[in-house]
Structures are given as structure tokens and as C-alpha cells.
Ligand binder design. Structure first.
Ligand code: GRF
Length: 203
């Protein structure tokens, strides 16, 4: 059986990347082929190497603010690994229309809110400030608009009394690690139906 080839883009700790890489074994329809970070100090790079996945760094700061040039170089780097699917996993750069178009239909992202609520940053603080009773995360296909694109999966968690952005964020992150692999496994088989997870579904 030929596996779908997956490239993963990170900027930081890479816990979602690790969850995805660990999920791709056995009968899973995909395999990780590359982890790219735009930061040389991203903790996830060593974790990926420890898991036996090739890694690369492309520092956006070397492009002097020329986002288009950075993205051309990033596409070259990614395409050399011939991925079928590209997963953004805590990749903290906004990607322009050329990049998004180049990977149309095979570019996924995870966002720590129940989209369409709370696009952008500081999602947990904003959810708490709005007195939400539930929060969660969303895996979606990436389109040109920030944190939009077809939703492929959502996981919900309760907001608990006394929650801080940190405690809520940790609860959501645990669900991110369940949701993203669940969506990727289906996506790699061409399935686009919505995956729904609740906090109690954690194994
Ligand atoms: C996650 O909360 C993800 O949703 C957000 O950035 C965080 C990345 O964490 N976009 P990690 O690098 O996967 O640990």
C-alpha cells in the first residue's frame, strides 16, 4: 500500500506535530516525510528528529521582510519532500495567497477555538473574557482568509470555574492532540466528513 506523504510545519514546542507523527504507523494511510520550522530554536525539531522524521529550518528573518520570497523558498523546501498533505501544527506565520493556492485541497491547520469564533491570537483569554461555557479547537482546510476554510473537525471542552487562559489552553491542547490525528487519518483517505470530539471521548 502506498502511503500519503505528510509534511508538517511548526514554530514551537511541536506537541501537535508529535501527536500527528506518532499516529502515523501501522495501518494508518499516511506517513510523515518532513518537519519544517521557521525557527531554529523550535523545541519540536529535536522531538521530530528523535522520532526519525527528517527536519529542516527556514528562518523567515533571513528574508528581510520579503514574505513572498520566504514563501517561495518554503514551497521549494516542502516540495522537495513530495508531500500529498501539508499540516500546519503551531506554525506561527500567516501564509499568503500563492502559498495557499499551491497547496489547495491538501493544506490543513489546527486552531485553538471553536471556529468561526475567535480567529487569530489569544483565543483562550478572549473566550474567558466573553464568559463562554465551552471552548475547543478546530481542524480546517486552509484558504486565503485567516482561520477560515472548510471545517473538518471540532473538539469541545467545558470552561470550568476559575479557569485561566493557561488552564483552559491545556485542556484544549489535550483535545488538539486527539482531534488532529483523527482528522488526518480520514483526510488521507479522502474523507472530508466532520469529526466531532467531546472532552469525555479522550482515551
Ligand atoms: C496550539 O495551541 C495550536 O492550536 C496553536 O499553537 C499551539 C501549538 O502548540 N496554533 P504545539 O507547538 O503543537 O505544541
Amino acid at each position: 500500500m502506498s502511503h500519503a506523504r505528510v509534511a508538517l510545519l511548526i514554530s514551537g514546542g511541536g506537541s501537535n506535530m508529535v501527536a500527528l507523527v506518532r499516529s502515523m504507523y501501522g495501518t494508518h494511510p499516511a506517513r510523515p516525510v518532513l518537519v519544517v520550522s521557521n525557527r531554529a530554536d523550535a523545541g519540536g525539531l529535536q522531538l521530530a528528529a528523535d522520532l526519525g522524521v527528517p527536519t529542516a529550518v527556514l528562518d523567515h528573518r533571513g528574508f528581510g521582510g520579503d514574505r513572498a520570497a520566504f514563501e517561495v523558498a518554503l514551497m521549494d523546501l516542502i516540495d522537495a519532500a513530495q508531500p500529498d498533505i501539508v499540516c500546519l501544527a503551531g506554525f506561527m506565520r500567516i501564509l499568503g495567497p500563492e502559498f495557499v493556492a499551491h497547496y489547495a485541497g491538501r493544506l490543513l491547520n489546527i486552531h485553538p477555538s471553536l471556529l468561526p469564533k475567535y480567529r487569530g491570537l489569544d483565543t483562550h483569554a478572549r473566550a474567558l473574557a466573553a464568559c463562554e461555557h465551552e471552548a475547543g479547537c478546530t481542524v480546517h482546510e486552509v484558504t486565503a482568509a485567516l482561520d477560515e476554510g472548510p471545517i473538518l473537525g471540532q473538539a469541545r471542552v467545558p470552561v470550568l470555574p476559575g479557569d485561566t487562559p493557561q488552564t483552559l489552553g491545556a485542556r484544549v491542547l489535550a483535545m488538539e492532540h486527539q482531534l488532529y490525528p483523527a482528522v488526518l487519518a480520514r483526510f488521507a483517505l479522502g474523507e472530508r466528513d466532520l469529526v466531532r470530539l467531546e472532552a469525555g471521548d479522550q482515551t
